[in-house]
Design a protein around this ligand. Structure first.
Ligand SMILES: Cc1ncc(COP(=O)(O)O)c(C=O)c1O
Length: 411
């Protein structure tokens, strides 16, 4: 389901005209479709119904507390990468036994927090981290549940910043090193080996890298079994890519990979292992179900270039500046056919502060509103107060109702 559509020339989220929300809340403003998010969760969860599995939503994509509460109440687990995310996940109601904790730089305090709460697994990213966890657990007189993150050197052929499973990346450890690590950990009384983890990147566009990753981990699980180490789960991380040009209801599914087809491809490999599958989607649940709304402040023409200056900048949505990411930009009120090519830029004092470049848009004037589409993931969570700008508010829509789920920061 895609929740955004035009009705009588007005852009809607589900049954609510976005201009109606903007009149009350102002801009910059994030708006999310709860129905769309829950539907994407159910779609991925349902696709793997034939296999014991757990969907651990990756909080890093969007950690709005109300959104998290709704996902937790559907039975989702959580994938966290910091003490802050762990606390947030626990606070909104994710049961500790459904929380996995990854990240290359866990502090001693974060490790203690995870052990105190008895989470499902610490996804360990280096040999040294494994040793530190073992000694902290020993001092706490507990057994730390461990899954080592394997770096399988698989290329997702995506943006270098979104690639995490190549040997040149800082994440995880190689297969050979993992083997030694498991054999060492198996003899360590303060560690309990519960699974194996992998996350090869974000914005994955094909099922093939997932299949290779699953085969690699399945072979590793079999190898460990031969060594007398029985692992309970295989965690394949997140990463399903979404098409940032498919933004309206009539465009159909935004997923690059159909979850049902992915599940069909992975199930034979995974079933043979007898392990539970853990999947950590982030972007695919929330990305297409959020927009960033902004107001045109000024338009200006320089030698050879038209600029539309809006009130949302790279501090609100950094993806275009950071990754050169493409976000469709749509007017809240559809205009007549006259169009022009313009850069949509924010108010931040950086030439890298842009939301779109060389974009064909209807002619805009001061006060017009625009929607930056597919902004539900890695949007608000990556926002900052750069230039001492207060962060935007967040609104959640469900059917014909809506509520502010995070107030706008004030000066
Ligand atoms: C360990 C881990 N799991 C899950 C995710 C979520 O990825 P995505 O939002 O692409 O689904 C990430 C994102 O980078 C991650 O690092």
């Amino acid at each position: 389901m895609m929740p955004f559509h035009y009705r009588h020339q007005e852009l809607y989220c589900e049954e609510v005209a976005l201009s109606h929300i903007v009149e009350r809340c102002g801009t910059p403003l994030y708006v999310y479709s709860l129905t769309g998010i829950l539907e994407n969760y159910r779609c991925i969860d349902g696709a793997f119904a034939g296999q014991p599995h757990r969907i651990c939503y990756a909080l890093k994509a969007n950690a709005n507390p109300e959104l998290l509460r709704r996902l937790a109440s559907l039975g989702a687990g959580a994938d966290v990468v910091s003490g802050g995310e762990l606390r947030q996940a626990l606070q909104v109601g994710f049961p500790a036994e459904k929380i996995v904790f990854a990240g290359v730089g866990k502090t001693d305090e974060e490790i203690r927090l995870a052990l105190q709460h008895r989470i499902l697994a610490l996804n360990v990213e280096s040999r040294e981290e494994l040793h530190v966890i073992a000694s902290i657990a020993e001092r706490m007189q507990v057994q730390a549940p461990i899954a080592v993150r394997i770096n399988p050197d698989i290329d997702i052929e995506g943006h270098p910043y979104l690639t995490t499973g190549k040997s040149a990346n800082k994440f995880g450890i190689s297969l050979a090193e993992a083997r030694d690590a498991y054999l060492w950990a198996a003899a360590c009384k303060s560690l309990r080996l519960v699974g194996v983890h992998c996350h090869i990147g974000s914005m994955i566009k094909k099922a093939e890298p997932y299949r290779r990753m699953a085969e690699t981990l399945a072979a590793f699980v079999a190898d460990m079994k031969d060594q007398g180490i029985a692992l309970e789960h295989i965690d394949l991380g997140g990463g399903i890519g979404v098409d940032y040009s498919q933004v309206l209801a009539e465009h159909g599914s935004p997923f690059y990979i159909d979850p049902v087809e992915l599940a069909q491809e992975l199930q034979p490999v995974l079933q043979a292992t007898g392990c539970e599958l853990i999947f950590e989607p982030g972007r695919s649940l929330v990305g297409p179900n959020g927009v960033l709304l902004t107001t045109v402040l000024y338009t200006k023409q320089t030698a050879g270039k038209k600029f539309i200056v809006v009130d949302a900048g790279m501090n609100d949505l950094i993806r275009p500046s950071l990754y050169g990411a493409h976000h469709e930009i749509l007017p809240l009120q559809q205009k007549t056919a006259v169009v022009e090519t313009a850069d949509v830029v924010g108010p931040i004092c950086e030439s890298g502060d842009f939301l779109a470049k060389e974009r064909l848009l209807p002619i805009m004037k001061r006060g017009d509103r625009l929607a930056v589409m597919t902004a539900g993931a890695y949007g608000y969570v990556l926002s900052s107060q750069y230039n001492l700008r207060p962060r935007a508010a967040e609104v959640m829509v469900q059917d014909d109702g809506w509520q502010v789920v995070r107030e706008r920061e004030s000066l």
